[in-house]
Design a protein around this ligand. Structure first.
Ligand code: SF4
Ligand code: SF4
Length: 243
C-alpha cells in the first residue's frame, strides 16, 4: 500500500457524498424488473461491489454490514462459484477487494461503499485526461432505471460526485488512468454502435459527446435515450402509473 493511499479518510469522503441520486428511492423503480426482487445494483448476481483496502479497513472497524464476497450467491455448483470468483478477481485492481453486504433490507446508508454511492455513474475523462463529469456504466442500460431517466439526477448529487472523485484522485492518482481508459473504452464501443456518449457535465449542463472528435453538443437531459422496459413504459399512455 502506498503512502498516499493510507492518507485518504473514507469517513470524510462518505460524509461529503451523501446526497441521493433522485428525490425518491430509485430501487423501487428497478427492483420489479429483477427476478431476484432486489435493486440491480444491490444484487451480487448483477453487480459485485468493490472497496479499496483502506475503505475496507474503515468499514470493517465500524460496521457489520459487509463481508468478503464468497462468490457462491448465484452459482449452481461450487465449481461455478470458484470460476466466477477467479474471473472477477482477475478483473479487480490490486488495491481493491470484492465484497458483499447483508442485502437491501439491512442496508446502512452511512456505510454504503463508494461503489454504491457512485452507481450507475463513473467519472468520464476525455482523451487529454480532463475530468468532464459523469457518464454511466453502459452494460446496465437495460437494468438500471436511472440510466433511462437521467433527468432525475439532482444537482447536489452531481456536485458531490465531482468533489468525491476529485478527492479520490488526489489520493489515488493511478485511478485517473483507469477511468481515462474506461472512458476510452466507452468511446470505442459507442463509436462502433454509432452512438454519442451522454454526459452530465460538471458545469451542470447535459451534453452528447461525439465519439469521432470528442466534441460536446449541449442537449436537454430529457432528450436522452431510454432502454428496455423503461423505454416501453415511457411510451405507454400513462407512464407515471408504471415502474
Ligand atoms: S441506481 Fe439504478 S440499479 Fe441502482 S437502485 Fe437505482 S435504478 Fe436500480
Ligand atoms: S450497502 Fe446498501 S446500497 Fe450498497 S449494495 Fe448493499 S444494500 Fe445496496
Amino acid at each position: 500500500m502506498s503512502e498516499t493511499i493510507a492518507l485518504l479518510n473514507f469517513a470524510d469522503l462518505y460524509s461529503g457524498f451523501q446526497a441521493p441520486i433522485s428525490e425518491f428511492d430509485c430501487g423501487k423503480k428497478c427492483a420489479p424488473h429483477n427476478p431476484g426482487g432486489k435493486p440491480f445494483c444491490c444484487d451480487t448476481c448483477h453487480a459485485v461491489p468493490t472497496v479499496y483496502h483502506a475503505e475496507w479497513d474503515y468499514l470493517e472497524a465500524n460496521t457489520d454490514l459487509w463481508h468478503i464476497w464468497r462468490g457462491d450467491d448465484c452459482a449452481d455448483t461450487a465449481a461455478d462459484a470458484d470460476a466466477e470468483r477467479a474471473r472477477l478477481q482477475a478483473e479487480t485492481p490490486d488495491d481493491m477487494r470484492l465484497v458483499a453486504c447483508l442485502g437491501p433490507d439491512q442496508c446502512q446508508r452511512d456505510f454504503r461503499g463508494l461503489t454504491c454511492r457512485q452507481f450507475p455513474f463513473y467519472p468520464y475523462l476525455d482523451s487529454s485526461g480532463e475530468f468532464l463529469g459523469l457518464s454511466y456504466y453502459w452494460e446496465y442500460e437495460y437494468q438500471c432505471w436511472v440510466i433511462s431517466n437521467l433527468h432525475v439526477v439532482q444537482s447536489a448529487y452531481r456536485e458531490q460526485f465531482i468533489k468525491a472523485f476529485e478527492q479520490l484522485f488526489s489520493h489515488y492518482p493511478e485511478d485517473v488512468n483507469s477511468y481515462q481508459a474506461h472512458s476510452e473504452e466507452m468511446r470505442d464501443k459507442f463509436n462502433k454502435q454509432r452512438r454519442a456518449i451522454p454526459l452530465l457535465h460538471r458545469n451542470g449542463f447535459t451534453y452528447k459527446i461525439s465519439t469521432h472528435n470528442e466534441r460536446l453538443r449541449r442537449v436537454t437531459v430529457e432528450s436522452l435515450a431510454k432502454f428496455g422496459p423503461y423505454k416501453i413504459a415511457a411510451e405507454l399512455p400513462f407512464p407515471e402509473e408504471t415502474v
